[in-house]
Design a protein around this ligand. Structure first.
Ligand code: UD1
Ligand code: UDP
Length: 365
């Protein structure tokens, strides 16, 4: 069995690393292809170092562009890789444009596709990720889901039961494998932060940051919250650009204690999150990591494709109304915390289960 693993953007790296390590342990032939959708050192290279992943065998160097440009460029280049290396299985993770592009290429070349994180749905077709998830899952042979809601969504879409494999959450493999190593990070000292004395903020969804009015409204309430709890904002390059363009933000900047920082490496960031009092975010992955770490999370979105982080975990879906965001943050700070649990199979052994699925599939062919 020859496998090509695909990564492209920041949230892919922590989902792929455990799988690369497990395939290696079992001596299965694999290649790592990096599309280059994310390319800054702090959005890409640092994760290879932190997660001890081998350098990619092939780097496509696609870079930024419109959705169609980016997707099409990945398709053209990835097709060449597949024709040259003739894999038996292409493994894609998550819901970014690289995930979609590579599944289309593989499906049209009759190469089997495995999708790690299959079945998640926000039911919001205005999210580019929702389009990517639905199309990818339609083309996938091995649908590897993190939670029962994923299985249920796929069944409702008519996916045959034998193609659905609930394996758990692979992000949590990376988290559990590295949470001890992250204790060596000096980030708290560097930033002068005390455990539980600050909150972590991330914001990068186009619906939150691309419209100047919405971005200003959100930043206003976040600065207000930072008067009660200092916030460190790991700022995605998309958002950094939008804030730079937003003149009105200059007048707001000094209110409270909200520090804008460049994106952090995995170990530093996990250290920051694990010691924080509260996380405010629109990230997909962070909703899961905070659930596994039992850190209160306020999600600044109208919907989530990860409902189990609310029903079982520490996540609250606040929406994008400032009053609701403020209320959710203050409730968490006032200790208004519900009982939480870590979902079934979010146990650090997901990569092991995934490779078992691959081996059974290969043996049954
Ligand atoms: C992408 C994913 C999103 C994911 C996010 C994680 C899609 C459709 N979106 O969004 O699902 O949550 O990654 O971080 O695939 N940029 C840089 N340096 C980089 C990468 C990007 O400066 O290394 C800037 C560029 O100006 C670029 C912009 O960020 O145009 C957006 O990058 P892009 O990959 O298109 O989308 P993300 O917003 O990062
Ligand atoms: N992350 C990180 N450093 C940062 C911000 C995020 O290491 O400064 C990690 C973190 O593990 C998070 C993951 O990157 O879960 C995914 O991030 P992102 O929010 O970019 O993508 P999403 O999960 O929303 O697709």
């Amino acid at each position: 069995m020859k496998i090509i693993n695909v990564v492209g953007a920041r949230p892919n790296f922590m989902k792929m690393a455990p799988l690369v390590h497990e395939l290696n342990r079992r001596g299965i032939e694999q290649m790592l292809v990096h599309t280059g959708q994310h390319y800054d050192d702090n959005m890409s290279k640092v994760f290879f170092d932190d997660l001890r992943m081998p350098a990619p065998d092939v780097y496509l160097g696609i870079g930024s562009g419109s959705h169609s440009e980016q997707t099409a460029k990945v398709m053209v280049e990835f097709e060449k890789v597949c024709l040259e290396h003739k894999p038996d299985l292409v493994v894609v993770v998550g819901d970014v444009n690289s995930t979609l592009a590579c599944s289309i290429v593989a499906a049209k070349l009759w190469i089997a596709v495995a999708h790690v994180e299959a079945g998640l749905r926000s039911f919001d077709m205005k999210m580019p990720e929702e389009v990517n998830r639905i199309v990818t899952d339609r083309l996938t042979d091995l649908l590897l889901t993190p939670s029962p809601d994923g299985d249920e969504n796929l069944r409702k879409e008519g996916v045959a039961e034998e193609r659905i494999h609930r394996v758990g959450n692979i992000m949590i493999d990376s988290l559990f494998a590295n949470v001890e190593r992250a204790k060596d990070s000096k980030i708290l000292d560097e930033l002068g932060l005390a455990p539980k004395g600050y909150g972590v903020l991330t914001l990068h969804r186009p619906s939150n940051v691309d419209d100047p009015e919405i971005l200003l409204k959100l930043m206003t309430v976040l600065h207000e919250i930072s008067e009660r709890l200092p916030l460190v904002f790991s700022c995605h390059p998309r958002t950094a650009q939008r804030l730079e363009d937003l003149e009105a933000y200059a007048r707001l900047k000094d209110r409270g204690d909200l520090r804008i920082l460049p994106p952090k490496g995995y170990l530093d960031f996990m250290r920051l999150v694990s010691q924080s009092r509260l996380v405010l975010t629109d990230s997909g992955g962070l909703q899961e990591e905070t659930t596994a770490l039992r850190i209160p999370c306020v999600t600044i979105r109208e919907n989530t494709e990860r409902p189990i982080t609310i029903t079982e975990g520490s996540n609250t879906l606040a929406g994008t109304n400032p009053d609701k965001i403020r209320a959710a943050a203050y409730a968490a700070l006032d200790g208004d915390q519900k009982d939480t649990s870590v979902p079934d199979l979010w146990d650090g052994k997901t990569a092991h289960r995934i490779v078992n699925v691959f081996e059974s599939w290969w043996a049954a062919r």
